[in-house]
Ligand binder design. Structure first.
Ligand code: ZN
Length: 262
């Protein structure tokens, strides 16, 4: 089942301001698909795609994640950043389980951030093959839209060691995209997979987003929020996010549990 909604008051993206904006690239009128979870990284990527002159179409998934707070965040973010469209696709990954995000398993808390990006210790919050599943849908959506560009917010520095967030994974999917679509095979379009956060730290990502006017108070990153939506402050995602804001010398505007220092 696919649910479609449109974002933005006019249904059209807000074009980048001319004053103070960098030069718009030749792809100025091109559509792009942006994978949008409602979290900090994908929201920043949406803002970056728009800044580069693309007409962004946001794509989110109701995949059986334990909370729907992030989907509400995605909707708010898509509107705030002027996405031309926003669709939410239902795929129930709970049928497969195998992750603390899609099954009734405890989310790790209070891990040492320095130990998080070790690929020999992939945490239980890893959702099996999630990025491959999401990118496959993005590829299909792009082909139907007539878009040649797909943006996603994977990051190889401040992350939890997930295998589908690595540069070699991205290169392999780009190779797949070259072969997988009718437009690509007929030589009409070469799909480009953009991961502009790949080599940025969380602090650098936040700095970029702040410069682009992202309202991070709308975004949600916690793996285990309370029933009131407040972030736990202790899961990997919360810790990396809080550290990134601290390194920027600014408080995280998203809601946290009362005991979380910011
Ligand atoms: Zn958390």
């Amino acid at each position: 089942m696919v649910k479609t909604s449109r974002s933005g008051k006019s249904g059209k993206p807000q074009r980048p301001r001319s004053a103070g904006s960098p030069p718009v690239r030749p792809e100025a009128a091109s559509k792009a698909v942006v994978l949008l979870s409602g979290g900090l990284d994908s929201t920043t990527v949406l803002a970056m795609a728009r800044e580069q002159g693309f007409i962004p179409y946001a794509l989110s998934f109701r995949y059986g994640q334990r909370h729907h707070i992030e989907l509400a965040a995605a909707e708010a973010v898509a509107q705030q950043l002027g996405a031309a469209g926003h669709i939410v696709i239902d795929i129930d990954l709970r049928i497969l389980g195998g992750s603390a995000l899609t099954a009734d398993l405890p989310v790790p808390k209070d891990r040492d951030p320095a130990a998080m990006n070790k690929t020999d210790a992939i945490p239980i919050t890893y959702v099996p093959a999630r990025n491959t599943i999401f990118l496959s849908y993005a590829l299909a959506y792009a082909e139907v839209l007539g878009a040649a560009d797909i943006f996603l917010g994977i990051n190889a520095l401040d992350y939890s060691g997930y295998p589908d967030c690595r540069p070699e994974y991205l290169r392999a999917f780009q190779r797949l995209a070259d072969l997988a679509t009718r437009a690509g095979v007929q030589g009409q379009t070469r799909m480009r997979v953009h991961a502009p956060l790949l080599h940025l730290t969380k602090a650098q990502i936040i700095a970029r987003g702040v410069a682009l006017g992202v309202d991070y108070g709308l975004t949600r990153s916690c793996y285990d929020p309370g029933s009131d939506g407040a972030a736990c402050g202790r899961c990997d995602s919360c810790q990396l996010r809080l550290l990134g804001f601290a390194q920027n010398g600014r408080p995280d505007p998203a809601p946290y549990a009362a005991a979380v220092p910011r």
